[in-house]
Design a protein around this ligand. Structure first.
Ligand code: NDP
Length: 345
């Protein structure tokens, strides 16, 4: 069985969801009441691959909302309690969605393996970041040519380059895609220098300078709020793949040669018949989902009950190949731009 641990995008969205599910006392409750609420197994799901294999899963809402990020103990407890519920439910492989994998890493929850009577078994959990990184790279490779951008001649900025997903994207784009130049953006200088050395290239730039040169931008910074950018400083055409959760990029950036694509989202080949993506602002919530969630499904389809994506900066190209091939085999497609193909000049 596969599992997905998620949360609402805001307290207001969580209250609306609670109302729609008939949890009236939660819908009326204040943030303090939500802070002490336990995780909920909200939905059970079945998915059938084009190969004919059928898998069963469950969606667990951690009852965390981003407004709790500053409440260290609460955020920590929400993630651990949701993991405990997944394990006690007998789920073999569960993806940590949204902020939960970042809370797990940043708050060092590896040290908190004991949750009441349950010893958490880390092999039952995955961040889903390998599939997310693979999907983001595929979105770049499939969509840049639609805008007339030749990636071999293109500068690609990765915002959040030193992160788990960002560093994997950089490795793939430099070694597999062969982009002309990578522009590396993050705040801390030392991890940037280490990444540059590992890649054997790439230019470290502040965000504003990278944006003024980049033909393609992959946004994978862990930002609690979207960045607003000045579109007048961007080259045209420009492809912006927004892989952050919540979205890293103000939607006002789009328009007039600037194409913003929702990053790290995949579409399954048929309707799944679930409710959980309705609240996630997907264009086709019956088929679309976060790539990290899809990773848990892929691991279940493939019988790989292991923490496939775990820790930080461990994602290899071989693992991206493996999960990418599984993604295609089981009927997932990376979300693309809805634009007519560019005529080569
Ligand atoms: P990490 O914490 O590993 O990395 C975050 C990166 O962002 C680091 O390079 C960090 O470097 C950089 N960063 C943080 N703040 C800023 C800033 N203000 N300006 C520039 N760079 C910044 O995160 P992950 O790689 O695990 O995740 C990245 C994003 O992807 C998150 O938003 C996450 O929610 C999203 N995600 C999406 C998924 C999907 O399915 N679509 C699945 C999983 C994650 P530094 O601290 O030095 O600035």
């Amino acid at each position: 069985m596969f599992g997905l641990i998620g949360h609402s995008t805001s307290f207001a969205a969580a209250r609306n969801l609670a109302r729609s599910l008939g949890f009236e006392e939660y819908a009326e409750g204040d943030l303090d009441m939500w802070c002490s609420a336990p995780p909920q197994l909200v939905e059970r799901i079945s998915v059938t691959s084009p190969t004919g294999k059928r898998i069963e899963g469950a969606y667990i809402d951690s009852v965390f909302v981003p407004e709790m990020l500053s409440r260290f103990k609460t955020a920590k407890r929400k993630v651990l309690n949701a993991m405990e519920l997944a394990q006690k439910t007998g789920i073999d492989i569960t993806a940590l969605g949204g902020f939960t994998s970042i809370i797990f890493e940043d708050f060092k929850l590896l040290r908190e393996q004991q949750v009441r009577a349950t010893t958490l078994d880390w092999t039952r959990f995955t961040t889903g970041n390998t599939h997310t990184a693979w999907v983001l790279c595929r979105q770049v490779e499939e969509n840049a040519p639609k805008l007339g951008i030749d990636l071999h001649l293109a500068k690609v900025a990765v915002v959040g380059a030193t992160g788990d997903i960002g560093s994997a994207v950089c490795r793939w784009l430099s070694q597999r895609t062969g982009v002309q130049e990578l522009l590396l953006v993050a705040r801390r200088p030392q991890p940037l220098a280490d990444l540059q050395q590992e890649l054997g290239g790439g230019r470290i730039l502040p965000l504003e300078e990278a944006l003024s040169e980049a033909d393609v931008v992959v946004w994978v910074a862990s930002l609690a709020q979207a960045s607003s950018i000045d579109p007048s400083r961007l080259p045209r055409p420009c492809l912006m793949v927004d892989g952050g959760y919540p979205k890293n990029l103000d939607t006002r950036a789009a328009g007039d040669g600037i194409h913003v694509l929702k990053g790290g989202i995949v579409e399954f080949g048929s309707d799944i018949g679930w409710q959980m993506m309705e609240a996630a602002e997907m264009a086709r919530p019956q088929r679309q989902m976060f790539a990290c969630f899809a990773e848990a499904m892929l691991l279940e389809f493939e019988g790989l009950h292991t923490n496939f994506s775990w820790g930080r900066n461990n994602i290899t190209l071989e693992k991206m190949d493996l999960i990418g091939a599984a993604s295609l085999r089981h009927g997932f497609q990376a979300l693309g731009l809805d634009v007519p193909a560019a005529v080569p000049s």
